[in-house]
Design a protein around this ligand. Structure first.
Ligand SMILES: NC(=O)C1=CN([C@@H]2O[C@H](COP(=O)(O)OP(=O)(O)OC[C@H]3O[C@@H](n4cnc5c(N)ncnc54)[C@H](OP(=O)(O)O)[C@@H]3O)[C@@H](O)[C@H]2O)[C@@H](O)CC1
Ligand SMILES: [K+]
Length: 487
């Protein structure tokens, strides 16, 4: 698992370490790591042109010291000081010693010919969008030929939330220090950060336990264990699906198929789209009656295409009255937003899977702090909230959160949510902790989308077809990483 640490958590760890190390050591570690990543990205330093935008804080200091490293290896480095009188003195001296040029915000900055642009305007100490001179330079860097690399955080991005209030630096890569900040992987910040590279500056032992994480393939593999010799169709987690309608059987077919393809134990279907499900998935056990007629299950998925009429409301209330985990998706979210007490009083896990418009029906729009919004709704309802987006966020009622790293915009097409609900039901039926399980489902859904999209534009049923390969891939990469680590 990759921990996501807020700016305050990183600063607190830095303070402990700063008190124990010689002055400047941490910044040297950061700048050396930054220069090393830049060298790797450039392929060589000699003869390359580098422009380093440097603000008045320590973020600017990092950029100046890294510029000095690159200049010492033969790069032609120009530092553009946003506030020349307050530039980091030691960083500036190092750059000058290494032969770097220095100019002000209106000077000849070399942005039009740069191979690399370093954004050291502002890091974790930033507030709000970029101010005018920095915003103008960031715009020119984005339009210019140089590879854009943000130092610690793209300037103008809120390190904790990913919110961008105005202009921000658009980076192809971000080299971040000590810990990945949530704002680099969620919301608008994710788009500004590009590929994130983490540089270890020794903060690890001093960092508070993170309250937000990203899962890796190895973490998700633990949710996708192959059957063991003693397993049978009941012991592997039986899923119940309440979805679709006579008019809209597609959602039921996709959701049931996704559950079967994720964990082919047993899937029971209860609803009015039974004929469509029987035709598409003869493996499923179908009843045209109520959920209670379906037989024993270990988790329910309710919502996709089921409608919101009295019968649908009755079926939803029936599954929510059980002591089993329930996924509340699509039409079930509309009904739960009207009657949140259906969810609030539950003892067993509930996972709600809203996109932004569905989320808003619970009373408050998502806003720019997606992790915060998901946490608040989760605490209010005593449920897990999986907030869909480019980077899907999962929050548990106690505040634990996950940000998905595998999302692809190709998944923004009809029916992909029905597939996610089916995957989620299949994983929840095994009884693993619901917030991490929901994050694992989002991860697998994203990996499946990546696989399916490799062949061109995808439709939701492509995802169902690619699920077994995605499960194999996730399991395989976990084995690979264990082998790599010598375990
Ligand atoms: N601590 C350590 O040991 C280590 C810290 N490290 C590094 O330090 C960074 C944090 O440094 P920091 O705390 O000095 O703040 P920082 O991000 O440079 O910003 C302050 C400057 O930004 C300005 N500014 C603010 N908002 C702005 C805006 N919207 N648009 C434009 N400007 C804006 C603000 O201006 P002012 O408000 O003062 O006028 C002030 O000049 C951290 O991200 C990491 O890179 C690493 O070297 C590892 C060791
Ligand atoms: K920056």
């Amino acid at each position: 698992m990759i921990g996501l640490s807020t700016a305050a958590e990183v600063r607190a760890a830095e303070d402990v370490l700063l008190a124990r190390t010689r002055e400047g050591v941490l910044m040297q570690r950061a700048a050396t790591g930054l220069a090393t990543v830049c060298l790797r990205l450039l392929g060589r330093a000699h003869g390359t042109r580098v422009t380093a935008l440097a603000g008045a804080g320590n973020n600017g200091g990092d950029a100046l010291f890294a510029g000095a490293h690159l200049a010492a290896r033969g790069a032609r480095v120009t530092a553009v000081l946003l506030d020349p009188d307050r530039a980091h003195p030691a960083g500036l001296a190092a750059l000058r010693r290494a032969g770097g040029r220095v100019t002000g915000p209106e000077g000849p900055d070399g942005l039009d010919r740069a191979d690399l642009v370093l954004d050291g305007v502002v890091g974790t100490g930033g507030r709000g969008g970029l101010r005018p001179p920095a915003a103008r330079l960031a715009g020119r860097a984005a339009a210019g030929p140089g590879m854009t690399v943000a130092v610690d955080v793209p300037s103008g991005v809120d390190a904790d939330t990913g919110a961008v209030a105005g202009e921000a630096f658009a980076a192809l890569h971000t080299v971040t220090f000590g810990a990945v900040k949530p704002g680099l992987v969620v919301g608008d910040g994710r788009g500004c950060a590009g590929t994130v590279h983490l540089v270890d500056i020794g903060l690890g032992p001093h960092l508070a336990a993170p309250r937000a994480h990203q899962l890796t393939d190895a973490d998700v593999a633990a949710h996708l264990q192959p059957p063991e010799p003693g397993d049978d169709k009941y012991s592997r987690g039986v899923v119940g699906v309440v979805a679709g309608s006579a008019v809209y059987p597609g959602a039921a077919v996709l959701c049931t198929g996704a559950a079967l393809r994720t964990r082919p134990g047993l899937v029971r279907y209860a609803g009015t789209a039974g004929d469509g499900v029987r035709a598409a998935w003869p493996e499923a056990i179908v009843t045209d009656g109520r959920p209670a007629d379906a037989g024993r299950v270990q988790a329910w998925v309710a919502g996709p295409g089921m409608g919101t009429d009295d019968d649908a409301r009755g079926a939803l209330a029936e599954v929510l009255a059980t002591d089993l985990p329930v996924v509340v998706d699509a039409d079930a979210l509309t009904m739960a937003a009207r009657e949140p007490d259906l969810v609030r009083g539950r003892g067993a896990p509930t996972v709600l899977t809203p996109h932004d418009r569905e989320f808003e029906r619970f009373g408050v729009p998502v806003g720019t702090d997606r992790i915060g919004a998901a946490r608040r709704l989760a605490a209010d309802l005593g449920a897990v909230v999986l907030l869909k987006g480019d980077a899907t966020v999962v929050a548990g009622p106690g505040g634990t959160a996950f940000v998905n790293a595998t999302g692809t915009s190709e998944l923004a097409t009809a029916g992909t949510g029905d597939v996610l609900a089916g995957i989620l039901g299949a994983l929840l039926a095994t009884g693993t902790p619901p917030a991490q399980t929901a994050a694992a489902a989002a991860h697998l859904h994203g990996r499946t989308g990546q696989l399916a999209a490799a062949r061109g534009p995808l439709v939701a049923s492509d995802l169902v077809r690619h699920l077994p390969r995605a499960v194999g891939l996730v399991r395989g990469s976990a084995t690979g990483s264990l082998r790599d680590s010598g375990a």
